[in-house]
Design a protein around this ligand. Structure first.
Ligand code: 13P
Length: 248
């Protein structure tokens, strides 16, 4: 059976005081959680996450990285810098990065490769906009996003990666995809990987993201191809996040 994996994406939220309380709350309840759990925090709080979570059941990671190893890239953070903070995971290609910061499929593929080269596990985000869903091109869009990475890093790279299917229309909107809608796209993603490597597809963790809450997590995670979640807003509250983790 595949492992279940729930990750919090804090986005641009938090401060030293609130983070401490949130992480303390998560650690207090993590004993009852069977799933693997991680938090992806803003860069300035990686040291805090490491200090607080080292030796616990909760892993930590970043929300972005540069595709470059080093150089004159003001404001950017490299994979090796993330290694200094012992990150396990890094989110790559989040729809907010794609939409607000111009990250193309090609850039996302470079970032994914840069993460893996440094030994980080990329959480590759894919997903369609509402317009694309209504135009009936969801699979085309998700397929294209996956192809960019497959062409650059190969299917075997997914032995050390996680995919998060996050329909853009469900992110931060309170509009969750129905379990059936999500499962259909998850099955499509797994079938696409299976066509290239059945073994990799079988073990690949595919998270769902987009308005996951304690109240809808269990029915989403019960779907055969949904292996956990990438949680935004609800990951900022320890009790809510733990309830989601327990549902996985
Ligand atoms: P919400 O859970 O706030 O909808 O965000 C989902 C997301 O973007 C996680 O990466």
């Amino acid at each position: 059976m595949r492992r279940k994996f729930v990750a919090g994406n804090w986005k641009m939220h938090g401060n030293l005081v609130d983070n401490d309380a949130l992480l303390t709350g998560i650690l207090a309840g993590i004993g009852e959680v069977r799933a693997e759990v991680a938090v992806c925090v803003p860069f300035p709080y990686l040291a805090q996450a490491k200090a607080k979570l080292a030796g616990s059941k909760v892993a930590w990671g970043a929300q972005n990285l540069s595709q470059h190893a080093k150089g004159a890239y003001t404001g950017e953070v490299s994979a090796l810098m993330l290694n200094d903070f012992e990150c396990k995971y890094v989110i790559v290609g989040h729809s907010e990065r794609r939409a607000l910061y111009g990250e193309s499929d090609a850039i996302v593929a470079e970032k994914y490769a840069a993460a893996q080269t440094a030994g980080l596990v990329p959480i590759l985000c894919v997903g369609e906009t509402l317009e694309e869903r209504e135009a009936g091109i969801t699979e085309q869009v998700v397929g294209r996003q996956l192809d960019a990475v497959l062409n650059k890093s190969g299917v075997i790279s997914f032995a050390n990666a996680v995919i998060a299917y996050e329909p853009v229309w469900a992110i931060g909107t309170g509009k969750t995809a129905t379990p059936e809608q999500a499962q259909a796209v998850h099955a499509f993603i797994r079938a696409k990987i299976r066509a290239l490597d059945a073994e990799v597809a079988e073990h690949l963790v595919i998270q769902y993201g987009g308005s996951v809450k304690a109240s809808n997590a269990a029915e989403l995670f019960a779907q055969p191809d949904i292996d956990g979640g990438l949680i935004g807003g609800a990951s900022l509250n320890a009790e809510e996040f733990l309830a989601i983790c327990r549902a996985a």
